[in-house]
Design a protein around this ligand. Structure first.
Ligand SMILES: Cc1ncc(COP(=O)(O)OP(=O)(O)O)c(N)n1
Ligand SMILES: Cc1nc(C(=O)O)sc1CCOP(=O)(O)O
Ligand SMILES: [Mg+2]
Length: 224
Protein backbone atom coordinates (compact mmCIF):
# COMPACT_ATOMS: atom_id res chain seq x y z
CA UNK A 1 0.00 0.00 0.00
CA UNK A 2 2.85 2.41 0.71
CA UNK A 3 4.22 1.93 -2.84
CA UNK A 4 0.93 2.79 -4.56
CA UNK A 5 0.51 6.13 -2.81
CA UNK A 6 0.10 9.32 -4.75
CA UNK A 7 0.95 12.52 -2.92
CA UNK A 8 -0.40 14.92 -5.59
CA UNK A 9 -3.28 16.41 -3.60
CA UNK A 10 -3.42 15.85 0.14
CA UNK A 11 -6.48 17.18 1.99
CA UNK A 12 -5.85 17.92 5.69
CA UNK A 13 -9.10 18.63 7.54
CA UNK A 14 -11.19 18.50 10.70
CA UNK A 15 -14.66 19.73 11.61
CA UNK A 16 -13.24 23.19 12.48
CA UNK A 17 -12.33 23.74 8.81
CA UNK A 18 -15.69 22.99 7.20
CA UNK A 19 -17.64 26.21 7.83
CA UNK A 20 -20.45 24.44 9.66
CA UNK A 21 -20.93 21.78 6.98
CA UNK A 22 -20.77 18.04 7.68
CA UNK A 23 -17.08 17.05 7.29
CA UNK A 24 -18.14 13.73 5.75
CA UNK A 25 -19.97 15.60 2.98
CA UNK A 26 -17.00 17.95 2.44
CA UNK A 27 -14.64 14.97 2.22
CA UNK A 28 -16.98 13.14 -0.17
CA UNK A 29 -16.99 16.16 -2.51
CA UNK A 30 -13.23 16.56 -2.24
CA UNK A 31 -12.79 12.89 -3.20
CA UNK A 32 -15.07 13.46 -6.20
CA UNK A 33 -12.78 16.34 -7.15
CA UNK A 34 -9.68 14.15 -7.09
CA UNK A 35 -7.82 14.33 -3.75
CA UNK A 36 -5.32 11.50 -3.43
CA UNK A 37 -4.75 11.40 0.35
CA UNK A 38 -6.69 12.51 3.44
CA UNK A 39 -5.56 13.54 6.94
CA UNK A 40 -8.02 13.76 9.84
CA UNK A 41 -6.82 16.81 11.81
CA UNK A 42 -9.29 17.68 14.56
CA UNK A 43 -7.82 20.75 16.33
CA UNK A 44 -9.43 23.04 18.90
CA UNK A 45 -12.84 22.21 17.47
CA UNK A 46 -14.59 21.70 20.79
CA UNK A 47 -15.44 18.06 20.00
CA UNK A 48 -15.04 15.65 22.91
CA UNK A 49 -12.72 12.67 22.41
CA UNK A 50 -15.77 10.46 22.02
CA UNK A 51 -17.20 12.76 19.33
CA UNK A 52 -13.79 12.87 17.63
CA UNK A 53 -13.67 9.08 17.50
CA UNK A 54 -17.19 8.95 16.13
CA UNK A 55 -16.43 11.51 13.38
CA UNK A 56 -13.16 9.72 12.66
CA UNK A 57 -15.05 6.45 12.16
CA UNK A 58 -17.35 8.06 9.59
CA UNK A 59 -14.46 9.69 7.71
CA UNK A 60 -12.43 6.50 7.87
CA UNK A 61 -15.35 4.50 6.48
CA UNK A 62 -15.74 6.89 3.55
CA UNK A 63 -12.01 6.76 2.75
CA UNK A 64 -12.09 2.98 2.75
CA UNK A 65 -15.13 2.94 0.46
CA UNK A 66 -13.51 5.40 -1.96
CA UNK A 67 -10.01 3.93 -1.75
CA UNK A 68 -8.35 7.03 -0.32
CA UNK A 69 -5.54 6.54 2.25
CA UNK A 70 -6.66 7.78 5.69
CA UNK A 71 -4.01 9.42 7.88
CA UNK A 72 -4.53 10.66 11.47
CA UNK A 73 -2.87 13.83 12.76
CA UNK A 74 -0.85 13.80 16.02
CA UNK A 75 -2.45 10.87 17.89
CA UNK A 76 -1.12 7.35 17.56
CA UNK A 77 -3.92 6.04 19.81
CA UNK A 78 -6.58 7.42 17.47
CA UNK A 79 -4.71 6.12 14.43
CA UNK A 80 -4.70 2.61 15.88
CA UNK A 81 -8.30 2.81 17.09
CA UNK A 82 -9.48 3.87 13.63
CA UNK A 83 -7.20 1.39 11.87
CA UNK A 84 -5.76 4.30 9.92
CA UNK A 85 -3.38 3.86 7.02
CA UNK A 86 -0.98 6.25 8.70
CA UNK A 87 -0.09 8.94 11.24
CA UNK A 88 1.34 12.44 10.80
CA UNK A 89 3.49 14.00 13.54
CA UNK A 90 5.25 17.35 13.86
CA UNK A 91 8.40 18.46 15.65
CA UNK A 92 6.49 19.06 18.93
CA UNK A 93 4.53 15.81 18.85
CA UNK A 94 5.47 12.23 19.70
CA UNK A 95 9.11 11.56 18.79
CA UNK A 96 9.22 10.03 15.33
CA UNK A 97 10.87 6.77 16.44
CA UNK A 98 8.24 6.36 19.22
CA UNK A 99 5.47 7.00 16.70
CA UNK A 100 6.99 4.38 14.40
CA UNK A 101 7.26 1.90 17.29
CA UNK A 102 3.59 2.45 18.18
CA UNK A 103 2.08 2.23 14.70
CA UNK A 104 4.31 -0.61 13.49
CA UNK A 105 6.21 -1.04 10.22
CA UNK A 106 3.30 -1.11 7.76
CA UNK A 107 1.39 2.09 8.44
CA UNK A 108 2.54 5.28 6.81
CA UNK A 109 4.40 7.82 8.96
CA UNK A 110 4.46 11.48 7.90
CA UNK A 111 6.66 14.03 9.62
CA UNK A 112 6.73 17.85 9.44
CA UNK A 113 10.17 19.30 8.72
CA UNK A 114 11.39 22.81 7.97
CA UNK A 115 15.10 22.12 7.51
CA UNK A 116 17.33 19.52 5.89
CA UNK A 117 18.58 18.51 9.36
CA UNK A 118 15.04 17.89 10.67
CA UNK A 119 14.26 15.97 7.51
CA UNK A 120 17.37 13.74 7.77
CA UNK A 121 16.58 12.98 11.41
CA UNK A 122 12.96 12.15 10.56
CA UNK A 123 14.12 9.74 7.84
CA UNK A 124 16.59 8.05 10.19
CA UNK A 125 13.76 7.64 12.72
CA UNK A 126 11.30 6.04 10.32
CA UNK A 127 9.44 8.73 8.34
CA UNK A 128 7.87 7.73 5.01
CA UNK A 129 7.11 11.22 3.75
CA UNK A 130 7.72 14.86 4.75
CA UNK A 131 5.31 17.80 5.13
CA UNK A 132 7.28 21.01 4.60
CA UNK A 133 5.89 24.41 5.55
CA UNK A 134 4.48 26.87 6.05
CA UNK A 135 5.35 27.65 2.45
CA UNK A 136 3.10 30.74 2.32
CA UNK A 137 1.23 32.68 5.02
CA UNK A 138 -1.65 30.72 6.51
CA UNK A 139 -4.56 31.70 8.74
CA UNK A 140 -5.45 28.06 9.40
CA UNK A 141 -2.59 27.28 11.81
CA UNK A 142 -1.88 30.30 14.05
CA UNK A 143 1.28 28.69 15.52
CA UNK A 144 2.79 27.82 12.14
CA UNK A 145 5.43 30.55 12.29
CA UNK A 146 6.70 32.69 9.44
CA UNK A 147 6.44 31.42 5.85
CA UNK A 148 9.61 29.64 4.75
CA UNK A 149 8.93 29.73 1.01
CA UNK A 150 9.89 26.97 -1.40
CA UNK A 151 13.66 27.12 -0.87
CA UNK A 152 13.52 24.50 1.94
CA UNK A 153 11.95 22.01 -0.49
CA UNK A 154 14.62 22.66 -3.11
CA UNK A 155 17.37 22.27 -0.48
CA UNK A 156 15.90 18.98 0.71
CA UNK A 157 15.69 17.69 -2.86
CA UNK A 158 19.32 18.61 -3.40
CA UNK A 159 20.82 17.40 -0.14
CA UNK A 160 18.72 14.54 1.24
CA UNK A 161 20.29 11.14 0.90
CA UNK A 162 17.05 9.46 -0.27
CA UNK A 163 14.26 10.44 -2.68
CA UNK A 164 11.56 10.70 0.01
CA UNK A 165 8.11 12.00 -0.96
CA UNK A 166 7.65 15.67 -0.01
CA UNK A 167 4.45 17.72 0.18
CA UNK A 168 4.41 21.47 0.62
CA UNK A 169 1.85 22.86 3.09
CA UNK A 170 0.66 26.27 4.29
CA UNK A 171 -1.27 28.92 2.36
CA UNK A 172 -1.29 26.92 -0.86
CA UNK A 173 -4.01 27.44 -3.45
CA UNK A 174 -3.95 27.21 -7.26
CA UNK A 175 -1.64 30.20 -7.93
CA UNK A 176 1.00 28.91 -5.50
CA UNK A 177 1.11 25.35 -6.85
CA UNK A 178 3.66 25.69 -9.72
CA UNK A 179 6.41 27.11 -7.50
CA UNK A 180 5.96 24.32 -4.93
CA UNK A 181 6.12 21.57 -7.55
CA UNK A 182 9.00 23.19 -9.44
CA UNK A 183 10.97 23.27 -6.18
CA UNK A 184 10.73 19.48 -6.08
CA UNK A 185 7.59 18.61 -4.11
CA UNK A 186 5.55 15.57 -5.12
CA UNK A 187 2.33 17.33 -4.19
CA UNK A 188 0.56 19.90 -2.07
CA UNK A 189 -1.27 19.57 1.24
CA UNK A 190 -4.13 22.00 1.78
CA UNK A 191 -6.84 22.83 4.30
CA UNK A 192 -8.74 26.01 3.40
CA UNK A 193 -8.17 25.79 -0.35
CA UNK A 194 -10.63 22.87 -0.36
CA UNK A 195 -12.46 22.65 2.99
CA UNK A 196 -13.05 26.41 3.20
CA UNK A 197 -14.43 26.75 -0.33
CA UNK A 198 -18.14 26.87 -1.21
CA UNK A 199 -17.56 24.10 -3.78
CA UNK A 200 -14.94 21.65 -2.41
CA UNK A 201 -15.33 19.38 -5.46
CA UNK A 202 -14.46 22.10 -7.97
CA UNK A 203 -11.69 23.42 -5.69
CA UNK A 204 -10.06 19.97 -5.56
CA UNK A 205 -10.44 19.56 -9.32
CA UNK A 206 -8.72 22.90 -9.99
CA UNK A 207 -5.90 22.12 -7.58
CA UNK A 208 -5.28 18.66 -9.02
CA UNK A 209 -5.15 20.09 -12.51
CA UNK A 210 -2.63 22.70 -11.34
CA UNK A 211 -0.46 20.00 -9.72
CA UNK A 212 -0.58 17.77 -12.80
CA UNK A 213 0.28 20.65 -15.13
CA UNK A 214 3.16 21.76 -12.92
CA UNK A 215 4.44 18.18 -12.62
CA UNK A 216 4.40 17.74 -16.41
CA UNK A 217 6.14 21.04 -16.92
CA UNK A 218 8.80 20.24 -14.28
CA UNK A 219 9.42 16.83 -15.89
CA UNK A 220 9.74 18.48 -19.32
CA UNK A 221 12.25 20.95 -17.95
CA UNK A 222 14.33 18.16 -16.38
CA UNK A 223 14.52 16.14 -19.60
CA UNK A 224 15.72 19.13 -21.63
C1 LIG B 1 1.09 17.01 5.54
C2 LIG B 1 1.28 17.78 6.80
N1 LIG B 1 2.38 18.54 6.94
C3 LIG B 1 2.55 19.26 8.06
C4 LIG B 1 1.61 19.20 9.07
C5 LIG B 1 1.80 19.99 10.35
O1 LIG B 1 2.04 19.14 11.45
P1 LIG B 1 2.39 19.81 12.87
O2 LIG B 1 3.59 20.65 12.70
O3 LIG B 1 2.47 18.73 13.86
O4 LIG B 1 1.16 20.74 13.17
P2 LIG B 1 -0.35 20.32 13.44
O5 LIG B 1 -0.95 19.88 12.17
O6 LIG B 1 -0.34 19.19 14.43
O7 LIG B 1 -1.00 21.54 13.98
C6 LIG B 1 0.50 18.40 8.89
N2 LIG B 1 -0.46 18.28 9.83
N3 LIG B 1 0.35 17.69 7.75
C1 LIG C 1 -1.72 22.03 9.17
C2 LIG C 1 -0.67 22.95 8.73
N1 LIG C 1 0.66 22.67 8.92
C3 LIG C 1 1.44 23.65 8.47
C4 LIG C 1 2.91 23.64 8.57
O1 LIG C 1 3.52 24.63 8.19
O2 LIG C 1 3.44 22.64 9.00
S1 LIG C 1 0.57 24.95 7.82
C5 LIG C 1 -0.87 24.17 8.13
C6 LIG C 1 -2.22 24.77 7.80
C7 LIG C 1 -2.46 24.73 6.31
O3 LIG C 1 -3.71 25.27 6.06
P1 LIG C 1 -4.02 26.11 4.77
O4 LIG C 1 -3.87 25.19 3.62
O5 LIG C 1 -5.45 26.55 4.97
O6 LIG C 1 -3.09 27.26 4.72
MG1 LIG D 1 1.13 17.91 15.07
Amino acid sequence: MKEALRYSLYLVMGSQDCRGRDPVRVLDLAIDGGITLFQFREKNSGLTLRETVSLGERLRHLCRERNIPFIVNDRADLALLLDADGLHVGQDDLPVWEARRLIGPHRLLGVSAETVEEAEQALRDGADYLGVGPIYATATKPDAGKPIGTRAIAEMRKRLSSPVPIVGIGGIDVPGVPEVIQAGADGVAVVSAIAGKPDPRQAAKDLLQAVERATDSAAGRESR
